[in-house]
Design a protein around this ligand. Structure first.
Ligand SMILES: CC(=O)N[C@H]1[C@@H](OP(=O)(O)OP(=O)(O)OC[C@H]2O[C@@H](n3ccc(=O)[nH]c3=O)[C@H](O)[C@@H]2O)O[C@H](CO)[C@@H](O)[C@@H]1O
Ligand SMILES: C=C(OP(=O)(O)O)C(=O)O
Length: 423
């Protein structure tokens, strides 16, 4: 993507038709580093074609992995993984959060790792103290001075780790480090997101013994060797939820394919509360039919199975259109309301007070120049452009491109007037 690209939307069209969801970004970003735990060959299917994955592939190549696209998926050979300096991969690592999974994975493989601090969207302080606490509990020595350096020359030893906060990243990172540790590791107060389960399933297919993923206690019995496998990444519930909200917000009728409906229960419940029809067909596709009259509702973001923080921004957009007062309480990240300023430029009546945003609707939104302030804010801006009167111009597309494959094409296929131009 070039820096000066922008998305232009002429709003006001009902979305109708079908969209097929790709593999989950946040699962794929754990699966790629997990492959370094073996010296073997893998075939990973259903990877999303997004910037974060392209970045990860670039890091893995610098580490020595042989990677090639095939008609079935991505073929990865980790036989020749070597060390590389933190500087060599700094550019890619600092552009995304999930580079931190190489801490657990390379520690598990080599007993040593040094990486730059992770990047990712600027949505809060995002400390990694729980990751470090986990590595130290397993017996590693951690040194954070600029880069993050972790050593365990005598291997890692399984233990009990109680997480002080429910953290997706720390849960996955500790799983990655613990699969080859000696003995049993128990993670208590673990995150239960579908991508945690997907990565555990992947590790088990590699020969690991991970039990309880999807509950808040995960038990990992260390094994000596792991091996390659073929795997298909779970569908992305955040992308699916984004299209569900888009269908309801444009009062459209959209069939969303390649989803796991129970992963979408929290968003389905809220859209039904707002008056949309949401149904699941015999092939497990979800159909969302939006209604003219949108009812207000209240949402609090929570760890899974609660309402995901990654969908609160698209949810904020539909709340602008609801007839009455709606609210969102963001309980995971302290800086996830920056998109509100952009919605206000379009005419939205929104007030933010601490970690709660109050939307008084219905607001008529008007197209104007807005920017993506982070990844999910970017998705909300596209949805805002789809419902606004007139023309919306969105800049800062690098965020959107981190996580959504073919987003303009998908919306165009659903009837939207949307294009990307190089200004
Ligand atoms: C690459 C990836 O998968 N990113 C997702 C991951 O981010 P990420 O892994 O950063 O999110 P976490 O689940 O770790 O964060 C949850 C909360 O715990 C706090 N915390 C986390 C770790 C730690 O060591 N100490 C600590 O205090 C965070 O500041 C936050 O308040 O989960 C988030 C919550 O579902 C999602 O929004 C992100 O899309
Ligand atoms: C916040 C997100 O990503 P990251 O953790 O990679 O910044 C996200 O996917 O919404």
């Amino acid at each position: 993507m070039k820096n000066m690209e922008k998305i232009i939307i002429n709003g006001g069209r009902r979305l109708t038709g079908e969209v097929t969801i790709t593999g989950a970004k946040n699962a794929a970003l754990g699966i790629l580093p997990a492959t370094v735990l073996a010296s073997d060959k893998f075939l990973i299917e259903n990877l999303p074609d997004i910037q974060d994955i392209r970045n990860y592939i670039s890091i893995m190549k610098k580490l020595g992995a042989k990677i090639r696209k095939t008609s079935k998926g991505l073929s990865i050979d980790t036989t020749a993984i070597a060390d590389c300096t933190s500087d060599e991969i700094a550019d890619e690592s600092t552009k995304m959060r999930a580079s931190y999974y190489l801490l657990g994975a390379l520690l598990g493989r080599n007993g040593f790792v040094e990486l730059p601090p992770p990047g990712g969207c600027d949505i809060g302080a995002r400390p990694i103290d729980q990751h470090i606490k986990g590595f130290e509990a397993l017996g590693a020595k951690v040194d954070v001075k600029g880069s993050i350096k972790i050593e365990s020359p005598n291997g890692l030893n399984g233990t009990n780790i109680y997480m002080d906060v429910v953290s997706v990243g720390a849960t996955i990172n500790i799983m990655l480090a613990a699969v080859k540790a000696k003995g049993l590791t128990v993670i208590e107060n673990a995150a239960k997101e579908p991508h945690v389960v997907d990565i555990a399933n992947f590790l088990n297919l590699m020969g690991a013994s991970v039990k309880g993923a999807g509950t808040d206690v995960i038990r990992i019995m260390g094994v000596e060797e792991l091996h390659g496998c073929e795997y298909s990444v779970v569908p992305d519930q955040i992308t699916a939820g984004t299209y569900m909200i888009a269908a309801a917000a444009t009062k459209g009728d959209v069939l969303i394919k390649n989803v796991i409906p129970p992963h979408l229960d929290s968003i389905t419940a809220k859209l039904i509360e707002m008056g949309a029809d949401v149904s699941v067909d015999e092939d497990d596709n979800i159909r969302v039919v939006g209604r003219e009259y949108i009812k207000p509702c209240n949402v609090k973001t929570l760890p899974y199975p609660g309402f995901p923080t990654d969908l609160q921004q698209p949810m904020g957009l539909i709340m602008c259109l609801a007839n009455g007062v709606s609210s969102i309480t963001e309980s995971i990240f302290e800086n996830r309301f920056r998109y509100v300023t952009e919605l206000q430029k379009m005419g939205a009546n929104v007030r933010v007070n601490g970690n709660t945003a109050v939307f008084t609707g219905p607001s008529e939104l008007y197209g104007t120049k807005i920017q993506a302030t982070d990844l999910r804010a970017g998705a909300a801006m596209i949805l805002a452009g789809l419902v606004a009167k007139g023309t919306t111009e969105i800049t800062n597309l690098k965020y959107i491109d981190r996580g959504y494959e073919n987003i303009e094409e998908n919306f165009r296929n659903l009837g939207a007037d949307i294009k990307r131009v190089d200004s």
